[in-house]
Design a protein around this ligand. Sequence first.
Ligand code: NZQ
Ligand code: ZN
Length: 385
Amino acid sequence: MQNFDYFNPTHIVFGQDRLNELDNLVPQNAKVLVLFGGGSVKRFGTLDKIRASLGDREVLEFGGIEANPEFDTLMKAVDVVREENVDFLLAVGGGSVMDGTKFIAVAAKQASEHSKLLSHGFEPLPIDSAIPLGCVVTLPATGSEMNTFGVVTYKQQKYPFTSPLVYPKFSFLDPDLTLTLPKEQIANGVADAFIHVIEQYLTKTENAKVQDRFSEGLLKTLIEDGPVTYNNNTDIDARKNFMWSATSALNGLIGVGVMHDWSTHMIGHEMTAMFGIAHGRTLAIILPSLLRERKVQKRDKLIQFAERVWDISTGTDDEKIDKAIDKTEAFFNSLGIVTNLSHYSINDTDIDTLVNNMKKMGLTHLSETGDLTLDIVHNILTSAK
Ligand code: NZQ
Ligand code: ZN
């Protein structure tokens, strides 16, 4: 296990019927901007509940943050924050709204050159302040509610950023708020959370027993309760477990002291940018093919994954690995996610363009050791056809 620091200041408020507690957590004198997406929170009454619990505070609204939030939209919110002297941001939605709000929190404090905030990748932003923010989660998936990351679309490319200054002050995780999600969004969320764990777990074996066993617990929970939530809208216990798994998958805890991969995410981001396929879905398409391509590099951990996560105890090591990858793909398929590129009308020319775009973005050495080159990305995509 490598040395690490671990710090996570986000206050989680978990459970049903707790939105009235917003009143305790949003500063009493704050001028609040509530940010949301395309309207689901209005349609399903969440916004009314939030307004009620914010009481007499001055509250403004900014709606229309799209999935894969666009820089230009977010900059309109930055103008509102500045003109109105907003001093607290409340994100109500999924990863896109939470990420967008984090960007607004940072950009509102910068006088100019806002697009440059997107040029730092996974290096912490060189900033010294951000507007404080809180979240009300409506889609369990990204973990944005308890981490420092965001992803913003700018000129048809997706750019990640990170800063400890955008840790949400608090996040509400109420499973009831997710009951209106369409099934495919549940599937995307399960796949995204599952693959967040995989990108931090399925790397090199480093004798990090706590991280490994937390990860295996999360994967097993997602395998158990993801499909229950997908198939049965009324099972609130399953939904609670799914929701907390998604947050725990990317709140930093399982990723300390171990190598990370993130190749599937980097390829997936490009696929979303080019074809508009939802984030979690792109990952589920890529991962099985990536694992088949990387069997040698990930051999020891793949065997552990087969035995401990999929309970495969018979056969040779090679058979166990193959079976575990097949079961992983079948798991995504059972959530209605088709894992062949041809289903999404992506052909050889598209694959060439995608790989070229990754080259332009400088994404040429992926994986936990930087040995996953664009030729290998090409192979991964070609075998996912
Ligand atoms: O916009 P509305 O009308 O609210 O509809 C949304 C949206 O269309 C809908 N939705 C959300 N909650 C709902 C609901 N519909 C009905 N009932 C509800 N309760 O769901 C649609 C998708 O929402 P979105 O926020 O885009 O999905 P998700 O949470 O999957 O977020 C995806 C974004 O997060 C980024 C992705 O790149 C993508 O931009 N990621 C952020 C990460 C992070 N901050 O750590 C890590 C991830 O790997 C990921 O990259
Ligand atoms: Zn993700």
